[in-house]
Write a protein that binds this ligand. Structure first.
Ligand code: PLP
Length: 408
C-alpha cells in the first residue's frame, strides 16, 4: 500500500531527538528558542513564537486581539475545521466566504462580507498556494474599511483596521515575489503537524509581522507568557539559583513547544529548501506532466509569475463528475493499493456547522471544488516507481468510472 503522507524520520532526526533526551532538558528550552530564530530568518518576518499546534497559535492571536462575543471573523468555507473552530472557541461568529478555482478565498467576496463587526480575516493558503495578500492587505487598509472598523480595545485601536491572520498551515516555504509566507501579511501561523511539509510531530509557529507602531519583541514576550499559563517566568528562568518566585499576569493557556519537538525542526529546516521542497516540487510536476494530456484532468495551479507553492498537496480535480463518482473513483484507487484523500470536507457540510444553520448551497465554488477533488500522495520518501503506480491507479480508476457513468 502506498501511504498518503508519512513523515520523514531518518537517522539525523532520531539522533537530534536522542541528543535532547540525553541533555535532560525536554520541555521548552534552548532548542525551541534556536528553532524560533531559524524560522524567523527563513520567513523574513519580525519574530516567531513556536507553540504546540497551528490551532493553538491561531487561537492565541484571536485572544490577544480581543476577539469575542458579537465579533465576526471572515474565513473560507473550504478549509480544515480548525480555522473555524478557533473562532467558535472565542465566542465569535465565523463568516464563511466562497473560494476561487485556485481553492483560495475569493478576495472580492471577502470585501462584500466585511461589516462593522469584522475584526479579523483568516485566509488559508490551500495546499501551500499563497492567497492574494497584496489585495487582502490593501482591502483592509482602504479608507472605507478603516472607517467601518470599530475598535474595542487598545490593541485594535492601535491597528485601526481589520487584522489579517493567515492560516499558513500548508504554506511554509511558499513565496510571492521572493517574499516567503510569514512575511506576506500581519500575522501568519504555520503547522508542523505530522502530515505537514515540515513536521515536529505536533507543533506550530506564529510569525509576527505587524506594522509600526507595534513592537514585535513586546508581543513575542506577551505571547510567550500567554502560551505558558500567563506565568512571568518559564521553567528555564526558574532553574537559576534562588530564582523560584513567579507571578501569573493573565489567565494564560498551555500550548508551548517542547525541545523534543524542536529537535525535529532543527534537522528539517536546514534541508527544507534544497531537499524537502525540491522533492515535493518534483513529485507534483511528475503528476502534472502525466495528467497534462488527459481530457478529464484539471491540473492544480502551483506556480504563476512570482508565485510559488510549498507543494503541500496535489489537489487533482476530475472534470464534470459528481461527488458520488468522485467517491467511487477514490475507492477504485484504494483497490490499487494507493492511498488518497480529499481536502477538505467544507465547513458547512460538517454536522456541528450544519446544525448552526450553515448550508453548503451558499458556497457553490467550494462545493464544486470539493465534489471533484482527490489529493494524491506527496511525501519525501516516495520513489519513482511509486509515483508511476499512483499515476496508473488514478488513470485506471478515472477511466473505468467515466466509462460506466454518464458525465454531467
Ligand atoms: C493542519 C491544519 C490546521 C491545524 O494544524 P494543527 O497544527 O494540527 O493544529 C489548520 N488549518 C489547516 C488548513 C490545516 O490543514
Amino acid at each position: 500500500m502506498i501511504p498518503f503522507s508519512p513523515p520523514r524520520i531518518d537517522k539525523a532526526v532520531i539522533d537530534e531527538v536522542v541528543d535532547t533526551l540525553n541533555s535532560g532538558w525536554i520541555t521548552t528550552g534552548p532548542k525551541t528558542k534556536r528553532f524560533e530564530s531559524m524560522v524567523r530568518d527563513y520567513c523574513g518576518c519580525k519574530r516567531v513564537l513556536c507553540v504546540n499546534s497551528a490551532t493553538s497559535g491561531l487561537e492565541l492571536i484571536l485572544r490577544w486581539f480581543g476577539v469575542g462575543v458579537g465579533d465576526e471573523v471572515i474565513l473560507p468555507a473550504y478549509t480544515y475545521s480548525a480555522t473555524a473552530n478557533v473562532v467558535i472557541h472565542c465566542g465569535a461568529k465565523p463568516v464563511l466566504v466562497d473560494v476561487g478555482t485556485d481553492f483560495n478565498i475569493n478576495v472580492e467576496k471577502v470585501g462584500q462580507a466585511i461589516t462593522s463587526k469584522t475584526k479579523v480575516i483568516m485566509p488559508v493558503d490551500f495546499g501551500g498556494y499563497p492567497c492574494e495578500y497584496s489585495k487582502l492587505n490593501s482591502l483592509v487598509d482602504s479608507d472605507h474599511h478603516r472607517a467601518l472598523f470599530v475598535p474595542a480595545n487598545d490593541i485594535q485601536k492601535k491597528l485601526g483596521r481589520i487584522l489579517i491572520l493567515s492560516d499558513s498551515a500548508h504554506s511554509f516555504g511558499a513565496s510571492i515575489s521572493g517574499k516567503r509566507a510569514g512575511s506576506l501579511t500581519d500575522i501568519s501561523v504555520f503547522s508542523f503537524h505530522a502530515v505537514k511539509n515540515l513536521t515536529t510531530a505536533e507543533g506550530g509557529a506564529i510569525a509576527l509581522n505587524l506594522p509600526e507602531p507595534f513592537d514585535s519583541n513586546n508581543i513575542y514576550d506577551f505571547l510567550n507568557i500567554f502560551s505558558l499559563h500567563g506565568q512571568n517566568k518559564d521553567a528555564l528562568a526558574k532553574l537559576q539559583k534562588g530564582n523560584w518566585k513567579y507571578d501569573i499576569i493573565t489567565a494564560g493557556y498551555k500550548c508551548n513547544m517542547t525541545d523534543i519537538q524542536a529537535s525535529f525542526g532543527l534537522v528539517e529546516l536546514p534541508r527544507y529548501e534544497s531537499d524537502t521542497l525540491a522533492k515535493r516540487r518534483y513529485i507534483c510536476n511528475k503528476y502534472s506532466q502525466a495528467f497534462a494530456d488527459q481530457e478529464w484532468a484539471e491540473i492544480p495551479v502551483q506556480n504563476a509569475e512570482n508565485i510559488t507553492s510549498s507543494y503541500h498537496l496535489y489537489p487533482l480535480r476530475i472534470k464534470g463528475i459528481t461527488e458520488a463518482t468522485r467517491d467511487s473513483i477514490i475507492s477504485d484507487i484504494f483497490s490499487h493499493d494507493v492511498s488518497v484523500n480529499v481536502h477538505f470536507i467544507p465547513i458547512p457540510m460538517l454536522s456541528f456547522y450544519k446544525d448552526m444553520g450553515y448550508d453548503i448551497q451558499h458556497w457553490p465554488v467550494t462545493y464544486d471544488n470539493f465534489s471533484r477533488e482527490i489529493s494524491l500522495p506527496v511525501f519525501y520518501d516516495i520513489t519513482d516507481d511509486q509515483i508511476n503506480k499512483v499515476i496508473d491507479a488514478v488513470k485506471n480508476a478515472v477511466e473505468s468510472n467515466l466509462k460506466n457513468t454518464p458525465t454531467l
